[in-house]
Design a protein around this ligand. Structure first.
Ligand code: GAR
Length: 213
C-alpha cells in the first residue's frame, strides 16, 4: 500500500545576524528543534570572522557566512551583499541577535517590519552597545529585555515584547548578564514565533499581539 506523506507546509525561513557568542542564536536553533518555534534557520551572517555564532550555526548544519564589511566600498554596498544572501534563501524574517552594526535605510526598506532585534535593557532606556554596564552605572533598580522591530534609528522601532528584572543587591555585570540572557533565550523565540504566525500588528509605535495567552 502506498502511504502518502502528510502535507507538511515548509517552515518559514529566517536569517539570524550575529557579531558575538551566539547564545541567542543557539536558543533559536534549540526552539526550532524542540518544535516551540516553527521556523527554519536558513542562514546565519556575521560581520566578524571569529564570531562564536558562526561555529554554532555550522555545528547545527546551518549555512553560515562571514561578510567582511571592509570588502564593500560603502555601507550600502555591504548591506546589498546581506540582502542578496537573504533573497537567495527566501528569508521571511531577519533576526538580529547581538549584531553590533546599525542597518541603514537600504536594508531596512527592503525588509520593513520584517527585522527584529533583541536588546538587554528596557528601551528606550539604555540603547547602544553597553546597555548592561550603562544600566548598572546609572543605578537603576529595574532593567530587562526588549524585543523590537528595527527601523532606521538605533534601538528605536516599535516594541513587540518586553520583560522586567529587578536588580539584586551586589549585582555585577556578570550576574546581570547571565540573568538577562536566561530571559532573552526564552523571550526571543517567542517573539519570532508571534511574528511568523502573523500575530504582530503594528499601528504607529504600538504593537498589538493577537490572541496572546
Ligand atoms: C545579547 O545580550 C543581546 O541582547 C545584545 O548582545 C548580546 C548578544 O549575545 N544586543 C545588543 O546589545 C544590541 N544593542 P549573544 O551573541 O550571546 O546572543
Amino acid at each position: 500500500m502506498t502511504r502518502l506523506t502528510p502535507h507538511q507546509p515548509a517552515r518559514p525561513a529566517i536569517a539570524v545576524f550575529c557579531s558575538g557568542h551566539g547564545t541567542n542564536l543557539q536558543a533559536i536553533l534549540d526552539a526550532t528543534r524542540a518544535g516551540r518555534l516553527r521556523a527554519c534557520v536558513a542562514l546565519v551572517l556575521s560581520d566578524r570572522p571569529d564570531a562564536g555564532a558562526l561555529r554554532r550555526a555550522r555545528r547545527a548544519g546551518v549555512e553560515a557566512h562571514y561578510v567582511d564589511p571592509r570588502a564593500s566600498p560603502t555601507r550600502a554596498a555591504f548591506e546589498r551583499v546581506l540582502i542578496r544572501r537573504c533573497e537567495a534563501r527566501q528569508v521571511r524574517l531577519v533576526c538580529l541577535a547581538g549584531f553590533m552594526r546599525m542597518l541603514s535605510p537600504v536594508f531596512v526598506r527592503r525588509y520593513r517590519h520584517r527585522i527584529v532585534n533583541i536588546h538587554p535593557a528596557l528601551l528606550p532606556a539604555f540603547p547602544g552597545a553597553h546597555a548592561i554596564r550603562d544600566a548598572l552605572q546609572w543605578g537603576v533598580k529595574v532593567t530587562g529585555v526588549t524585543v523590537h522591530l528595527v527601523d532606521e534609528a538605533m534601538d528605536h522601532g516599535p516594541i513587540i515584547l518586553q520583560e522586567a528584572l529587578a536588580i539584586r543587591p551586589g549585582e555585577t555585570a556578570t550576574s546581570l548578564l547571565a540573568r538577562l540572557h536566561t530571559m532573552e533565550h526564552r523571550l526571543y523565540p517567542q517573539a519570532i514565533h508571534l511574528m511568523l504566525a502573523g500575530r504582530v500588528k503594528v499601528e504607529g509605535r504600538t504593537v498589538r499581539i493577537a490572541d496572546r495567552r
